[in-house]
Design a protein around this ligand. Sequence first.
Ligand code: AMP
Ligand code: MN
Ligand code: MN
Length: 320
Amino acid sequence: MKNISEVLHDVRTIGIAGHIRPDGDCVGSCMALYLYLKKNYPDIQTDIYLEEPRPVFAYIEGIHEIKTETEGEKEYDLFITCDVSAKDRIAVAAEYFETAKETVCIDHHVSNRGFAWINHVMGDVSSASEVLYGLLDADKIDRSIAVAIYTGIIHDTGVFQYSSTSPETMRIAGELMKTGFDFNKVIEKSFYEKTYIQNQVMGRVLAESIMLQDGKCIVGYLRRKDMIFYGVEGKDLEGIVSQLRLTKGVEVAIFLYEIKTQVFKVSMRSNGNVDVSKIAVYFGGGGHTRAAGCDLQGSMYDVVNNITAEIERQMPMEQE
Ligand code: AMP
Ligand code: MN
Ligand code: MN
């Protein structure tokens, strides 16, 4: 696919969905596609399905038009997923993906094996938002569409920091910037700003973190009872694993929290020598070389032991 217009012939209805527990790239890419289609193809009825995005994304135009539930049986002419690495990760509207006449997947996960009719997957691109940008006509991207794409890019690149940031990423960011939005505010409000409670929880996780494998692996964790104590959910914990990774000497950071009793959501970040997507896939999850995740059952000790054993197998030997 070169341009999204290629799949819009004779299409009257489109559904869009992202992945469960939506992050900035998921919200940004889905909202950008939604706004682009609504503004440039007003004759097509376009709907967007996502789990409730975090309130920090309230500045994205049209965010309140998101449907967080399905509405009975429907058959879309076209259903498009953005930032979804596998079919079982589609949030809210998986049933409409099944019933749709045609399906398209726009993504950037190396673990994506292609589950749609057309799979536009570019594993080396920073974000699904950047992949999406490549499918749009630049002159049809207005300020509000630019804000959504920019949001996705800054979230998946850690504000142009991670190695997935390419010269092309920077060129696109520059083009988006020309539409004249307050990029400084977008970065600060959606990426860096934390609530007081979020900072407290991060502080606690950092304080209780443990170093393994001669300081090359760091593990942070949060138990269910502590999440209840602070009144936080998974989506309040973004950024913790990235902070753990910044510990000097660390190759791999792991952060796990208990989504329900004895079920842990595991996030992994790597400095590049260990491919954490391989470990995530091994445990039934997915992701990228340097950022991946999976859900695991068992006691916290079992989960940590199982994950760290796999990491140790990949950890490069110390040079003699
Ligand atoms: P996270 O650690 O949740 O920020 O996720 C890092 C990357 O791994 C993201 O690109 C996710 O889409 C992917 N990922 C996380 N958890 C899973 C999972 N259970 N299954 C597949 N991919 C996942
Ligand atoms: Mn994502
Ligand atoms: Mn992404």
